[in-house]
Design a protein around this ligand. Sequence first.
Ligand code: ADP
Ligand code: MG
Length: 321
Amino acid sequence: MGETAVPAAPEASPAAGEGISAAHVRRTFGNVVAVDDMGLTAPAGQVTALVGPNGSGKTTLLLVLATLLVPDAGEIRVAGHDPVREPREVRSRIGWMPDAFGTYDTLTPREVLQFVAAAYRLPRDRHAARARELLALVHLEDLADRPVHVLSRGQKQRLGLARALVHDPGVLLLDEPAAGLDPRSRIELRGILRDLAADGRALLVSSHVLAELEEIADRAVFVDGGRTVDEHDLTELRPTQRRPWRLRSLDQESLLSRLDGLGVTVTGQPGPAGVDVMLAGDEEAADLVAALVRDGVRVVECAPAAGTLEAAYLEMTEGRR
Ligand SMILES: Nc1ncnc2c1ncn2[C@@H]1O[C@H](COP(=O)(O)OP(=O)(O)O)[C@@H](O)[C@H]1O
Ligand SMILES: [Mg+2]
């Protein structure tokens, strides 16, 4: 299995470079323990998913990493600095996107970005150009001079992302950026986030909906009840991961009887979309297709029926039952 660290996440060290490393973070509010013991690594050049149910402590952890809340305990490095002792250094190197976009409703997206550029003390003659670059990056040029309140949720999310990028930070902390987006906006967001990671930034992206971060994330950190419960490198996991695969053939009856003959267990109900089987990874899938074809089954489709993130989650919860 891929890299797992439960719950003893790697100790924070400057060796984590310009990304994020955190270990044994704790934050309480009175007698509410919002974050009990969380640790994670979010390396540069990758998108790390922070996944957990509502109330599991994701926002609290992100606020701590963003220097906006002081933790009760924990070893943390963000872009090579300690958010508690060196908040200014951290702030100048991170972009923070909260889960709800603040109300600048009467301003236009261009004005919002120029205002933020001024707040970050970019040279005055750069404000307009920086706003233009970012509006292009998040595809908001057409709406640049309309009031923010006419923007859809997806457009506001993209403006929120642009705002987090004004000072070209190396680390991005994004709280539920895909929440409430329609499929098209989500695909666009995915493209933008992948590009930002490809440029060498570290992205930590939270969600309480697994499917939102499927195909965006390189790594996944699962949290529950204020604790890190699992941490995976998804790219390593993919080829050897146990998960459902979907098979479809021109003749479903012969497919089913050959699967039976080969001792492969069918999961769920076979339907017009095909037959799902549980396989241990790419090798097993390739061998199965070869065996079926050799036996004369006319296979037209064989593909993972669940994403890597979902399968990792299922595997984790299975081990816990
Ligand atoms: N400022 C606060 N005061 C009191 N309790 C809080 C505060 N912020 C968060 N909590 C509590 O801490 C827990 C974790 O919240 P949060 O970090 O927002 O979780 P998530 O983002 O995963 O939904 C919840 O039980 C929440 O009610
Ligand atoms: Mg939250």
